[in-house]
Structure formats: C-alpha cells, structure tokens
Design a binder for this molecule. Structure first.
Ligand code: FEO
Length: 400
C-alpha cells in the first residue's frame, strides 16, 4: 500500500525508511534508521527525483504507481549514483517503457558501471550546469555539485516553486517518523546530532566543494529544501545553512573539549578522567569524553567537528597507537578536520611513543594547534603526572 505525502501543490514524497539497517554504507551505526527520499512531480510531464536503496524499493514502486494513478512516468532525474539512491533505476526503466533519464554525463557513465542495461543513450537526457528542463508549468534548472558527495552529483532547482532538490546535502541519518518537515519536530534536540554525524562522516572531507555548492545556493530564492535523507526544510533554512557553513569551513560550532581515550586496564582512562575533572574545576562546562573502544568513531569524529578542542589519550600498543585510537585518528585525518586546538596524553609501561605517532597521523591537517605539556604515564598516574595533567588543563583553559 502506498505511503506518500503531498508536500507542495504538485510534489509528493514517495520515499521510504529503513529501521532494520544496522550500518549505513556498511560502516556507520544508524540506531534511528535512515530514510531514502524520493520525490514525484506531477506536471504536464511527470518527474521522479531519484530512486531509493533496494531495502525500500518495493515501497517506492507502490508509491510511484499510486501517485501517478495510471499516468506514465516521463523523467527520472538522477542527482547521485550512489546505490542508496539509484538501486531502482533498472526496475523503473522496465516498468515505464517511455521513461527518460536526466543526469550529468558522469552519472550516465556510472549507470553503465553499476548496471548491465546496454546502450541507454536514446533514453538519457544529459544535462550540464545551468540547463533547464520545462515540464509544463515547472522549469527545472540543474546545478552541478561535484564531490557533494561523488563527482557526478547535481542538484535541481525548481524555479517555479523555488524548491531545491539537494541530493546528499542537508541530509541526515534517522528514519521518518511520519513527520517529513524539520519544522514539525524539535530538530535541534532530536535530529541535529544525527544530521551533524551524517554530514561530517559522509561529506565532511569535501568542505571546499560544499562551500562551492553553498555559494551557488546563496544566489537562489529557496522556499523548500528536499534532501535525499532525513527531513525536508521550509522554515528556518538560514539556521541550517549556518550549520553547513560551519561544518564545511571546519569552524567549531562551540567552545568545548572532546577527550577521546584508548585504555586497556583503566590507567589511561584514569588520566583522562583526572584531566576532565580539572577542566571542570577550571570552569569548562562543555566536556565530552569517549572511550574509543566503546564508541563508534563516527560519533567522536562528529563531536570533533562540533567542538574547538580535542584531547587524544592513548596507550602505546605493539610499539604503536592503540588500534581503536589509530582508527579514529585516521578517520579524522581522512575527513580533513582543520582549525582545532589539540593535545595528546600517552602511556607506555616501557616505551611511551604513542603521542609522537598520533601527532604524525594528524600532521597534514591544516591549522591545528598542539598544546603542551604532553602528560606521559609509565603504567599509571603518579604525582608527577598529576602535575603534568594540571598544566595541560591550564593550557587548554588559557587557549579557549
Ligand atoms: Fe546518500 Fe552519497 O548517497
């Protein structure tokens, strides 16, 4: 049975949500599930904007058929060829024999990479930056957005209704709970954390490209944003753009200290707790602690994008960095974090070298300030280390 919603005069949400999924991209925990948004425009021509993941494609087909109510599907606009959005292309081409695909040249090439559909050139309208497609009452303008999040990505701006179909941009983890619009929920309390974790982990590396897309969007009058995941925006869009501006310029949203520690028997954890307590005594209120063995790195990376300071505390393990800490550091380096004040704390029962190696993983990141001193434990915290930790707490507070 269809599960659709009319979201403007001629536009319907026809997507679906998956709450059975454990790991988005087989990498990121999504305890609140994820939605795959698809939109259907009923004009003189009918236009579907993107498909969905296989997980909800049956719902998509029922939704599209119900909204079309016997009409043909004329166009499928493909903004992004990642399989969480393109999985139903083949089925739709079979179900709707006159369907034309509308996409960038790069996306057209990717269709051939992902599918065995033969020569689709007669069924494909390749569009470039600024091209417009008239569907009758509506005029759709295409805006390229390479690397947000893949190179073939484009956005569509409906110049008639001032709606931006934003692909992965402005998306979020989290399944739909009936409400489709951000203004229908307490977004800051219920969705922002997943929205930030989605952005930073999925698109966070491509801040320069996101900035380029935001500059293009700034020239448009936008009444509604329709992303491929998560809630739609029709109010308070400026607030969302401010968040994206901070994330894509690697600007901390807030002053605060993230303490990520890797500890086996609890001694490095003890040092991290002592540091946190000393920061609190010195008036710091925004302190967020994570055991890297207990918390998935996507959450810690997201907080590293959110806050101004990050402390990495790790034992020395097999002469290297504790494995889970090493994963986190490589993840942060791969996502291009910048403009942070960081500090290290190390432990080693015979040769403490983890701090030097942690610093090496992050050394290519831009505009990172490394605070001194470097508290160094030999197995456990002793009075000398308490002094070093206190000095580091002073340095963190002085830099905030
Ligand atoms: Fe939601 Fe990059 O795909």
């Amino acid at each position: 049975m269809q599960n659709t919603r009319k979201i403007s005069q001629d536009l319907y949400w026809v997507g679906g949500s998956d709450r059975r999924i454990a790991l988005f991209e087989n990498a990121y925990p999504v305890p609140r599930g994820v939605s795959y948004n698809s939109y259907l425009l009923l004009d003189e021509k009918t236009v579907l904007f993107d498909t969905t993941d296989h997980a909800v494609s049956r719902q998509l087909f029922e939704n599209v058929a119900a909204v079309l109510n016997g009409r043909a599907l004329d166009y499928l606009v493909i903004h992004h060829m990642e399989p969480d959005h393109c999985s139903a292309i083949e089925d739709l081409l079979l179900r709707y024999p006159t369907l034309q695909l509308v996409c960038t040249a790069k996306a057209a090439a990717m269709i051939g990479q992902f599918f065995e559909l033969g020569d689709l050139s007669a069924r494909t309208v390749v569009v470039n930056e600024g091209d417009t497609l008239s569907t009758g009452h509506h005029a759709l303008t295409f805006v390229t957005a390479p690397m947000v999040h893949w190179p073939e990505v484009m956005l569509t701006y409906d110049t008639t209704d001032k709606i931006l179909f934003s692909a992965d941009a402005f998306g979020s983890f989290g399944a739909m709970n009936g409400n489709l619009f951000a203004d229908e929920v307490d977004y800051a309390a219920e969705w922002l954390e997943d929205s930030r974790r989605y952005y930073t982990n999925i698109v966070g590396k491509y801040g320069v490209q996101v900035q380029a897309a935001l500059k293009k969007a700034a020239g448009l009058e936008i009444k509604m944003i329709c992303p491929l995941h998560g809630l739609l925006w029709r109010e308070n869009i400026g607030w969302l753009l401010e968040k994206y501006n901070a994330w894509s310029t690697y600007t901390p949203e807030e002053k605060g200290v993230v303490i990520a520690y890797g500890s086996i028997y609890g001694n490095t954890e003890n040092a991290a707790n002592i540091l946190a307590g000393m920061l609190a005594e010195r008036g710091v209120r925004n302190i967020h602690m994570y055991d890297v063995s207990a918390t998935h790195p996507s959450y810690i990376l997201s907080d590293a994008f959110r806050f101004s300071h990050v402390v990495f505390a790790s034992i020395t393990y097999n002469s290297g960095i504790f494995t889970n800490m090493e994963n986190l550091l490589h993840d942060i380096a791969a996502h291009n974090l910048q403009n942070r004040t960081i500090a290290f704390l190390q432990n080693g029962s015979w040769a403490a070298t983890s701090a030097k190696q942690m610093a090496a993983v992050l050394e290519k990141l831009k505009n990172m300030t490394v605070l001194e001193p470097l508290p160094t434990l030999k197995s456990s915290v002793k009075p000398a280390q308490v002094e070093e930790i206190a000095a580091l707490a002073d340095a963190i507070v002085a830099s905030m």
